[in-house]
Design a protein around this ligand. Structure first.
Ligand SMILES: Cc1cc2nc3c(=O)[nH]c(=O)nc-3n(C[C@H](O)[C@H](O)[C@H](O)COP(=O)(O)O)c2cc1C
Ligand code: SF4
Length: 488
């Protein structure tokens, strides 16, 4: 597949990159030189009652590599250790841990087993210790990182059994396009209200485990198309948890209140998709286009733009209404993200090279990054004192620290959250903070192999740049899959 936009890494100077950036949107800029240890990324901030010694956060990143009993494998532990090795002082959730086995998005997702809660506490604590051990190794001075656990239920994306078994989606509402992608499995009934209330209890039980395992906070995940995110946009759902705004926010707010009562000393954060677009698919040329099969498509999600469902709503109006309620409920930090990697990966994880089930970017991926940065600025303007984590930085490549210093320095965001970059180059934050030059050969070039792997029932990892994965037979299979896709 041919590339249509200049990736940031092709610019040989910060001036050339800046011209590209400002050509897309003059509201953005970056400095000429990095400030490193003297700069805004090295400044501490108190979150969840603890001192976070710098402004790097590691986003949650699953590996599709847990054991079938829901516990972590050696690969899971290795990933968490590398999160710590980054030197980032905020570890946002580690990875999505399902609160029930049937709420897993894949058979190898970590889950809390209600029959074996003590065992879960043991492995949760072991994962947290991997982060702390990695942080020790990072050489970044100061307090230990603030560590959270992301709790999830996959909702319509539930697929707890290995193929060829069908997925077991728990849909919050009827969605003509997304239901079509589920095939026969879409014949299952919508998740009922009572079932939702049982799921809420499972979140509280999981939060208790996280507290016992020493986590500083839990993230009640409301993003990326999973259950609570779909409920937020369930305009068409009947009953207590759908339709009007008050009904749509009822379940996540109820979960947060119950967690706060059960675990008063545990912090609560929320990762929220503040804006979304209609599901995208490939057109005849393989380029992403919104798929619309409804008279009122903006009512099929949260934060869609009624004027153009191909572009997220720029004022984040419903998200802002919801965040005001989150703050009242005691949520201390919000991690701002957009869309879903299953239905609009170009927005959720801007890339040059699509994953095997994806499409060519419909816009300059740098523009998609700017949508994420603009969204967090909008939330910041509405809530100047609420600590915020931003998303979408990995695509910036060499210029990531330049943009990060500019955004944090201007107070548009508090933490620069890193996803794929940490899989490829875990020590990037430590290098930036120490003022060391970046190791160019380690920089994530958004090849999307970490997504192509799991989309084809393999574990995730940075196959092209992480020596461990490069040596596995799976890397050969991924290359074959990409070659076959390119020849179509
Ligand atoms: C392999 C992989 C696993 C991910 N797992 C999670 C997850 O468990 N929870 C979550 O909220 N986001 C998950 N994400 C999304 C990332 O946290 C992040 O939002 C996304 O990659 C965009 O940030 P980036 O541009 O820095 O990569 C995952 C992304 C990838 C590529
Ligand atoms: S496989 Fe590695 S280089 Fe490719 S997108 Fe994932 S982290 Fe980046």
């Amino acid at each position: 597949m041919s590339r249509r936009y200049t990736p940031p890494g092709h610019h040989r100077s910060v001036e050339a990159f800046r011209e590209h950036l400002r050509g897309l949107d003059p509201a953005f800029d970056c400095g000429d030189e990095l400030l490193g240890p003297e700069g805004p990324l090295a400044k501490p901030l108190t979150v969840f009652g603890r001192n976070a010694g710098n402004r790097f956060a590691v986003h949650p990143m699953e590996g599709w590599d847990g054991n079938r009993d829901g516990s972590p494998s050696h690969l899971t532990r290795r990933r968490w250790r590398r999160f710590g090795l980054s030197g980032a002082k905020l570890i946002w959730g580690g990875e999505a841990v399902a609160v029930l086995p049937e709420g897993r998005a894949n058979p190898n997702q970590l889950f809390i087993d209600g029959e074996r809660l003590d065992d879960c506490v043991v492995w949760l604590e072991a994962l947290r210790r991997e982060v702390l051990a990695g942080h020790e190794e990072s050489g970044v001075a100061g307090h230990r990182p603030v560590v959270g656990l992301q709790l999830t239920h996959s909702g319509r994306l539930s697929r707890p059994d290995p193929p060829p078994a069908l997925p077991r989606p728990l849909r919050a509402q009827v969605h003509p396009v997304l239901d079509g992608r589920l095939g026969e499995a879409a014949n299952r009934p919508l998740v009922g209200d009572e079932q939702l209330e049982e799921i809420a209890d499972a979140y509280v039980r999981a939060a208790r485990c996280a507290e016992r395992a020493g986590y500083d906070f839990v993230d009640i995940k409301c993003c990326h198309g999973y259950l609570l995110h779909e409920l937020l946009g369930a305009h068409m759902r009947p009953g207590r948890y759908g339709g009007c705004f008050e009904n749509r926010v009822r379940l996540p707010l109820g979960i947060i209140a119950a967690v706060r009562t059960a675990c008063p000393d545990l912090g609560v954060g929320v990762r929220l998709s503040v804006g979304d677009v209609a599901p995208f698919g490939a057109d005849g040329a393989g380029v992403g286009v919104p798929e619309v099969e409804s008279a009122r498509p903006a009512e099929l999600g949260f934060g869609l733009n009624a004027a153009d469902v191909g572009l997220p709503e720029p004022t984040c109006s419903e998200a802002i209404r919801y965040i005001a309620l989150l703050i009242e409920a005691g949520v201390e930090v919000v991690n701002v993200t957009m869309g879903s990697p299953y239905s609009c990966p170009h927005l959720s994880r801007p890339f040059t090279y699509p994953a095997s089930d994806s499409y060519m970017p419909p816009e300059d991926p740098l523009r998609s990054v700017l949508r994420q940065l603009a969204a967090v600025r909008t939330v910041r303007a509405a809530f100047p004192r609420l600590p915020l984590v931003g998303t979408g930085y990995s695509y910036l490549q060499e210029w990531l620290p330049y943009v990060a210093e500019a955004e944090v320095g201007a107070g548009h965001v508090d933490f620069v959250g890193l996803g794929r970059m940490v899989l490829a180059y875990p020590r990037l934050p430590a290098d930036v903070l120490a003022g060391r030059p970046l190791e160019r050969k380690r920089i994530c070039r958004t090849f999307s192999d970490c997504t192509t792997g799991p989309r084809n029932n393999m574990v995730s990892g940075c196959y092209p740049l992480d020596e461990h994965y490069r040596r596995t037979p799976e890397f050969g299979r991924i290359r074959e899959i990409k070659k076959a896709a390119a020849s179509l």
